[in-house]
Structure formats: C-alpha cells, structure tokens
Design a protein around this ligand. Structure first.
Ligand code: RNT
Ligand code: ZN
Length: 424
C-alpha cells in the first residue's frame, strides 16, 4: 500500500486552511482544541469482555461478543500491549475504560465483593507512565450471583448486599485511580436486571434498585477523584420484556441525585438517537457520559462508523460547548475482526467526527437559523459535506506522529504476524 508523503499532506493542508478561513474557521485552533479532547477507549474490545478474574467464566448478562478472530488478549499484560499498539495508531492523548473483571489477582480467587485498589495497581502504574486517564465499571454480570438475571434489584437481600459491596469497592478503586492520575475517574454502573417475559410487578424491582444505588452512593467521594454515572437500557438478551434500569428510571435518578447519566447509543428504540437526547439531558444535568456504539438491528455493539449519527453526536457536543461536560466513552466489541483494528477504526472515527464538528462555521449556521434563513442553513450544511476536512485530518495525524490515512493497517498486520498469531 502506498502512503501519502509529508509534502503532499502539507500542500493539501495549506489549501484546506485557506478554504476554511473563508468561512472564518481557524484550522490550527480547531486542531489545538481537538488535541485536548480525551476519548475513553474501552478495554473490553481487546478480549471480548472476558476479563482476567477467572479464565473459564463466560460472558453473561445479555450482552454478546460474536466471532472468533484469533489473537485475543489472555492476560492483563497482553491487553496493555495491545492497547499500547492501538494508541500508537490513534492521534491525541486519551483514557482507558476498565471493568472490575480486569483485576490482577495473582492466581488468588478474589470475589467481586473483595476487590481493592491493590488489584489494579499495575493498571494505574501503566496509565501513569503513558499519560492516560482511567475510567472504571463495577462488573455486575458474568458471575454466579448474577445468573438469574438480577443484581442490585434482586429480591434476595443477601444478593443485593453482595452487589452493593462490589459497587462500593469499585468506587474506591476509582478514587484511587483519580488520586494516582490527577484526573477524575468516571465510575459507570450498568446492571443487566430484567425479565425475559412480561412481569407482574414492575415497581418493586425499581424501588429496590433505587435503594441499592442510594446505599452505594452514600459514601461521599471527592469529585476531584471520582464521578458516578448510571447507564440505562431498553432490553437485553433475556430481558426483552422488562429492564429495571430503564431510561426514565435513571434519568430521574441522575437528576435527583446529581450523578452523571450514561447514554449508550444501542440502548434505545432503533429509530431513537442519542444525539437528540444530549441537549435535552443537559438542561437538567451537569454532566453526561456517552457510550458511543453502533447498534445494527439490536444492541449489537458494532464498531462505530463515521456515519450520520456519529457526526450528529460530535456536533451536539461541539456546537453546544459541552466538551468539558460530556464524557465520551466507546462501547463496542467485535470478535470477528482484528481487535486492535476495531479499536483503531472506531476511535479514529470518533476523533474524525469531532474534527468535522470543530471545522463547522457554527456561528454562521446559527445566525441563519435565527434569521429564519433556512435555505441558507440547508445549503451550507450540504456544502460542508464536501469541505476538505480530510486534509486537516491527515495533517493532524502527521503532527501527532501517527500513521496517515490507512497506513496504520500495515502496523496492525505486522503486529498480528509478530504478536497476535503466536497466542494460541
Ligand atoms: C451493556 C452496556 C454496558 C456494557 C459494558 C461492558 O449493554 O452497554 O455498558 O457494554 O459495561
Ligand atoms: Zn454501554
């Protein structure tokens, strides 16, 4: 594969820069801004949401990674190597989103209600060395105590208490990360709780969930170190008829308790989009967490494409100046392709979408809209689709020292040959 030369990229950038200037856009400023936006890259694309708690435990909780592409990470060291590789192909400085099942237990059995910061020391050390922030999730699935589909809303108090303890400890791990790394860790609670078939009592499980969350959040942690988020869902495999933690449930909970709300792109009806929810939620909430994902007919967690919805998500964040308030996390897991390739495609797409939004003459567009000049609004939005944002993107990659255009694919192929293919 032939790649662009530095000279070609510089020439194209100069022309693009002038073209954007005509609309009052400073491309250098846009790139300065872009550099400061962290994407929280989810570790679980690297091993199909397996984790290292127990090599034999399978993924449960109504989510599914399909495919058996060879070379998935089998240990935390391998996963960190793979993340390093992926980050070497992605421009900017970012974050890693961990789950509690990614602990390092040195061969000891450490149950979920026993996790401690010490089980995540290597992650913190690695993140510090690499200038990465960390985010965290208690894991309320893939465990015998979640096998009947209920955790924090379980009718049995003992089981609820087990999961409450797990979540409390997860927040302590987050606090530890936040202190170590000097950037707050977002702790996101997602539970699989729900019924396959039509329930009789929809209210009591929600009362129990509220009570459990209240207990978890009762331990106050400085927001310098930890921010709490709650993630809603519409349905899952095995919870088709009823999900306890629905959107209305968590929207109410987050507003009342001043937590973040997590909007996952795959957790709504197929024609609903989270891009249209951001501004509505931000009227009532201080901050949001996004799980940028791509549902294909269902909550399938495909690698995100640079499609209309991804661009709309980025536009909503940029146009409304929510960059400091909307935490951008990714959530997809495709086991049918090279997992590093999946990270690189999805994360680069998120960054591209943000770049396109930063290169928009938003002021002019808003002015047209206010004046009722909807023809001009439509015309300019359409013209922008053919603006040379990709010249700015290639220049950004050059500036950040990562491969331009599709050249990263060579690195992934090489890594597959030298590292991944040796994992049997
Ligand atoms: C599941 C949720 C949740 C998980 C991760 C692994 O439907 O989207 O965020 O994907 O926690
Ligand atoms: Zn999610």
């Amino acid at each position: 594969m032939k790649n662009l030369t530095e000279n070609q990229v510089m020439k194209a950038y100069e022309i693009a820069k002038e073209q954007y200037q005509m609309w009052g856009i400073d491309t250098d400023k846009a790139l300065e801004k872009l550099k400061s936006i962290p994407i929280s890259m989810h570790c679980w694309q690297g091993d199909d949401v397996g984790g290292f708690e127990n090599p034999d435990s399978g993924l449960t909780g109504g989510i599914q990674a399909t495919g058996n592409y060879p070379g998935k990470a089998r240990t935390a060291d391998e996963l960190r190597d793979d993340l390093d590789k992926a980050f070497s192909l992605i421009p900017g400085k970012h974050r890693v989103n961990l789950h509690a099942i990614y602990l390092e237990n040195d061969g000891q059995k450490v149950d979920r209600d026993e996790i401690e910061p010490k089980h995540f020391e290597k992650w913190a050390k690695w993140a510090k060395e690499n200038g990465l922030g960390l985010d965290f999730n208690p894991t309320l699935f893939s465990h015998p105590k979640a096998d009947d589909g209920f955790t924090l809303s379980h009718p049995n108090k003992e089981i609820r208490d087990f999961w409450i303890e797990h979540c409390k400890r997860a927040r302590k791990v987050s606090e530890y990360f936040g202190k170590e790394l000097g950037t707050p860790t977002v702790t996101n609670i997602w539970i699989p709780d729900g019924y396959k078939d039509v329930p009789v009592d929809r209210y009591a499980p929600r009362q129990r969930l509220k009570d459990s969350l209240d207990q978890i959040l009762a331990d106050k942690i400085d927001s310098k170190y930890n921010l709490d988020a709650v993630e809603s869902k519409l349905f899952g495999i095995g919870s088709e008829s009823y999900v306890v933690g629905s959107h209305e449930f968590y929207m109410g909970y987050s507003v009342k308790n001043n937590t973040l709300l997590c909007l996952d792109a795959g957790h709504f009806h197929p024609t609903e989009v989270i891009s249209n929810k951001i501004s509505a939620c931000m009227i009532y909430l201080e901050e949001l967490l996004l799980h940028v994902s791509r549902p294909v007919r269902w909550d399938s967690d495909h690698v995100v494409l640079l499609d209309d919805e991804l661009q709309a998500i980025a536009q909503e964040i940029v146009r409304n100046e929510f960059l400091d308030k909307v935490h951008i996390g990714l959530d997809f897991f495709d086991a049918s392709i090279n997992r590093i390739g999946a990270w690189v495609v999805g994360t680069r797409n998120m960054i591209k979408a943000l770049l396109m939004a930063l290169l928009e003459p938003t002021k002019t567009l808003k002015q047209y809209e206010l004046e009722g000049n909807l023809t001009a609004r439509l015309a300019l939005l359409e013209e922008l689709k053919a603006f040379p944002w990709q010249a700015v993107w290639n220049y950004y990659c050059l500036q950040q020292g990562v491969p331009m255009a599709a050249a990263w694919l060579e690195d992934v192929k090489q890594y597959e040959k030298e590292v991944l293919s040796l994992r049997k």
